[in-house]
Ligand binder design. Structure first.
Ligand SMILES: Cc1ncc(C[n+]2csc(CCOP(=O)(O)OP(=O)(O)O)c2C)c(N)n1
Ligand SMILES: [Mg+2]
Length: 400
């Protein structure tokens, strides 16, 4: 946290409630009984020790004294990025249902988390996305046309644009985290004042590679920001079946990584938390873990049907926590955005997405001979042999 900014009081109670239906924790509840001898009582870990940040509440209000110092231009740019992300999301779902996309992982309701985590990055910084990070990828400079190619299965869609310091996203959950830390370790050795943001989910946090990465980053003081986008579910596995702790941020503390819980549907909190974490990293003060508490409002991917494993009652409390709506309420109160301007931004974003769709339709062409091209700089012999076999088969079938 920035020393000049007032620290939010008692935010932990509000946030402990976020994933438990929105009712703030009752501080007067008697403490759990002491654990039986030889057992470990997870309740003994006090989630209140993890700082928890909310600036913009669900009604679109900012507590007095907590107003962040962002410029109107910054705020409106971020707002537009969130609206664009949602427009892309909705169009991609339609395109998938109409057979134009192989699959797609929606992010509706997670826009604040997504844009807030990359907002302070410069072009020299790095971002390692997950498969649900398309809004952040667009912010970083990926064209929507490229992302459409990616989800439609065209290889040219997977490679990051040449001038964007991003990793391609990884479907193998958590696997993007060790290379992100390695990149940050390299930055330190080169004395670069840059940083890396890596995004992963609550489910990915159960992967050993993520734990090992936290430890390496802490020991090395690597300039990396771990953003755990805790959306409550890992496909059909809810948080309660994933872990016995209330806050995943607690795990960072175990490795000596400064850790914070953030209301992931609050764009202002996400912007502040990431900005501060990046500043720390650039000053050589090492990694930060941000647990961004949000909710997966929609499908895991288009191959999923969440009605099989969760009830409407799980989703309903989150409908009132829309990150875009609360931001628009606050911006309107500050005279920065009225209903007409909101409608205009939405229409402009939808038009942009449709233009990307048309460009995608006109340019996507299958190039089966490229499928080995984006794996290695120096292709191993075994793959070279497979490639030769594969090319022979394409030749036999007359495929270019
Ligand atoms: C190593 C590995 N194991 C299992 C899977 C199958 N899988 C794909 S997504 C997913 C859940 C990931 O959940 P989370 O990390 O919370 O991210 P979210 O999808 O919620 O954004 C699983 C188990 C995989 N892709 N990789
Ligand atoms: Mg998840």
């Amino acid at each position: 946290m920035h020393p000049d900014r007032p620290t939010p009081t008692d935010q932990a109670a509000k946030h402990a409630a976020l994933h438990s239906g929105g009712v703030p924790a009752d501080r007067s509840t008697p403490a759990d009984p002491p654990p039986a001898p030889g057992t470990f009582n997870t309740r003994a870990i006090d989630p209140g020790r993890i700082e928890c940040l909310q600036i913009l509440n669900e009604r679109g209000q900012v507590e007095q004294g907590m107003e962040p110092d962002f410029t109107p231009e910054q705020l409106l740019e971020v707002h537009r990025a969130m609206v664009l992300s949602r427009a892309f999301d909705s169009r991609m779902l339609t395109m998938q249902r109409q057979g134009e996309m192989g699959t797609f992982a929606p992010n509706i309701g997670q826009e604040a988390c997504m844009i807030g985590q990359v907002w302070p990055l410069t072009k020299e910084d790095w971002f390692a996305p997950s498969y649900r990070s398309f809004g952040a990828q667009i912010w970083r400079g990926w064209s929507m046309e490229r992302l459409m190619k990616l989800w439609a299965g065209y290889h040219e869609g997977f490679a990051p644009p040449p001038d964007v310091n991003d990793y391609p996203f990884s479907i193998v959950i958590g696997s993007q985290v060790p290379p992100a830390v390695g990149t940050a370790m390299a930055m330190r050795r080169r004395n670069e004042a840059n940083c890396v943001v890596v995004n992963f989910g609550d489910g990915a946090f159960s992967q050993g590679a993520v734990a090992e990465s936290l430890n390496f980053a802490a020991v090395d003081k690597a300039p990396v920001i771990f953003v755990c986008e805790n959306n409550g579910w890992a496909i059909s596995t809810p948080m309660a079946k994933q872990t016995r702790v209330d806050s995943l941020a607690i795990r960072g503390m175990g490795y000596g990584v400064p850790s914070i819980r953030v209301d992931g549907n609050d764009i202002l909190a996400m912007m502040v938390a990431t900005r501060d974490a990046c500043a720390r990293a650039r000053r050589g003060e090492g990694p930060t873990l941000i647990e961004s508490v949000t909710f997966r409002m929609s499908l895991h991917t288009t191959a999923d049907d969440p009605t099989v494993y969760r009830d409407d009652a799980d989703v309903t409390p989150w409908k009132g926590r829309c990150p875009i709506k609360r931001f628009e309420t606050w911006l309107a109160g500050r005279g920065l955005l009225d209903a007409d301007a909101c409608a205009r931004v939405k229409t402009e974003c939808e038009t942009q997405v449709l233009a990307a769709r048309d460009a995608f339709r006109n340019s996507a062409s299958a190039k089966p001979r490229e499928i080995f091209d984006y794996l290695y700089v120096d292709t191993p012999d075994v793959l070279d042999r497979q490639k030769a076999e594969y090319f022979k088969r394409l030749d036999r079938k007359g495929v270019e």
